[in-house]
Write a protein that binds this ligand. Structure first.
Ligand code: CO
Ligand code: CO
Ligand code: CO
Length: 318
C-alpha cells in the first residue's frame, strides 16, 4: 500500500489486487467502493449500457456486498453520437442499476472522441462477510459461475462469423448480474472470490493464488465455454487483450500437455462482465454448487486449491 494511506478501518485497499476498496463504518456495516468504465464492445447502445453497468456492479458482488448507490461516467463525441444513442446507453445502465436494487443518483459527462460508459458504485457489506482474493485455503473447491469466451465470441460476432443463437448467448451472459450468485455465496463458507474480467480466467485465478499464498489447480475440461467460443478460437479469432494476458501470465501459469490450443487461448480471454470465481470450503461445496446451479445454469466446479508450488496456476487436461 502506498505510504500515507493506512487506516485501521480500511479493510481492503491496494495490496491484494481486489475488485474494490472496503471501508468499515461500524461493527455492522462496511462500504464497498468501485469504478469501472470502457468503450463499447457491441454496436447497440442500449445493450452496451446494460453490459457496462452489469460489469461495474459486479465488483460489489465479488466482494460479497450489495450495491446501494451508482453514478454514471459517460464520455462521448457530442458532434457525432446522436442524442438517442446517448439516451439509450444511459437507459441500459439505469435498467441494470434498478434490477440490482440500487439507486442511480447522477454522474459526470466528458466530451471524448471515443465513447465510454460505466459506473462508480457504492455497496454495503457486513465487515465479517467481506470476500477478497486473499482467503483461499488448500483443499478448497473452485467454482466458476459463468461460461468464458466473451472476448473471442464478441470479436467473432463483429466479423459476422456467428449464428444468431450464439450472439444471443454471449449478450445474455454479459448482461446477467452476478447478484443471484452473490446471494448464494453469502450463505456459505466461501473463503475467496473475484469476478472474471479483463485479465481472463487465468489472470484472475493467478491474483487469487498470489493474494492467498496458494497454487490454484484448474481442470481445463471442466471450464464452461460460451457457444461458438471454441470454434472461433480454433479459427484464430484472438482479441489483442488475450495475447497481452498470455504474455503477462507466462511465468505464473503452467499448462500441462494435451490442452487444445483453442482452449488454452480461451483461458486467457479477457472477459466483460464475467462470472464469479469462488474458493469454497470442501465441507459445503457440494451443497452450495447444487443451489448455485438453480440460479446460474452455466456454473461448474473447475478445480481445487493446493499448497503453493513454483507457479500460481496449474492447468491440466483431464
Ligand atoms: Co472485478
Ligand atoms: Co473492476
Ligand atoms: Co474480490
Amino acid at each position: 500500500m502506498p505510504a500515507g494511506i493506512t487506516d485501521e478501518n480500511l479493510l481492503v485497499g491496494f495490496d491484494t489486487a481486489d475488485d474494490a476498496a472496503v471501508y468499515r463504518i461500524n461493527d455492522e456495516t462496511a462500504i464497498i467502493q468501485t469504478v469501472d468504465f470502457f468503450p463499447p464492445m457491441v454496436d447497440d447502445p442500449y445493450l452496451f449500457g446494460q453490459i457496462a453497468a452489469a460489469n461495474a456492479l459486479s465488483d460489489v458482488y465479488a466482494m460479497g456486498g450489495v450495491p446501494k448507490l451508482a453514478l454514471n461516467l459517460l464520455c462521448f463525441p457530442s458532434d457525432s453520437l446522436p442524442p438517442e444513442a446517448v439516451a439509450a446507453i444511459l437507459a441500459g445502465g439505469l435498467d441494470k442499476v434498478k434490477e440490482a436494487g440500487a439507486l442511480l443518483c447522477g454522474g459526470h459527462t466528458v466530451e471524448d472522441q471515443e465513447p465510454k460508459y460505466g459506473l462508480s458504485v457504492t455497496g454495503f457489506v457486513h465487515p465479517d462477510k467481506v470476500r477478497t482474493n486473499a482467503g483461499a485455503k488448500a483443499g478448497d473447491v473452485l467454482i466458476l459461475t459463468k461460461a468464458i469466451g466473451s472476448g473471442v465470441v464478441t470479436t467473432a460476432g463483429k466479423a459476422g462469423l456467428l449464428s444468431a443463437d450464439q450472439i444471443k448467448a454471449v449478450y445474455s451472459t454479459m448482461t446477467t448480474l452476478n447478484a443471484a450468485a452473490a446471494q448464494v455465496m453469502a450463505a456459505y463458507d466461501v473463503r475467496a472470490c473475484t469476478d472474471i474480467t479483463g485479465f481472463g480466467l487465468l489472470g484472475h485465478a493467478a491474483e487469487m493464488a498470489s493474494a492467498s499464498g496458494k497454487t490454484i489447480h484448474i481442470s481445463a475440461k471442466a471450464v464452461p465455454l460460451l457457444p461458438g467460443a471454441q470454434e472461433s478460437a480454433e479459427e484464430g479469432i484472438i482479441p489483442g487483450g488475450l495475447l497481452r494476458n498470455q504474455e503477462y501470465l507466462k511465468p505464473d501459469v503452467r499448462l500441462e500437455k494435451g490442452i487444445p490450443f483453442a482452449i488454452a487461448d480461451l483461458l486467457h480471454d479477457p472477459q466483460t462482465s464475467g462470472g464469479l470465481l469462488m474458493s469454497v470450503s470442501p465441507d459445503c461445496a457440494q451443497e452450495m454448487y447444487a443451489r448455485l446451479k438453480a440460479v446460474c445454469p452455466d456454473a461448474r466446479v473447475i478445480g481445487t486449491v493446493k499448497e503453493a508450488s513454483d507457479v500460481k496456476v496449474m492447468v491440466s487436461w483431464e
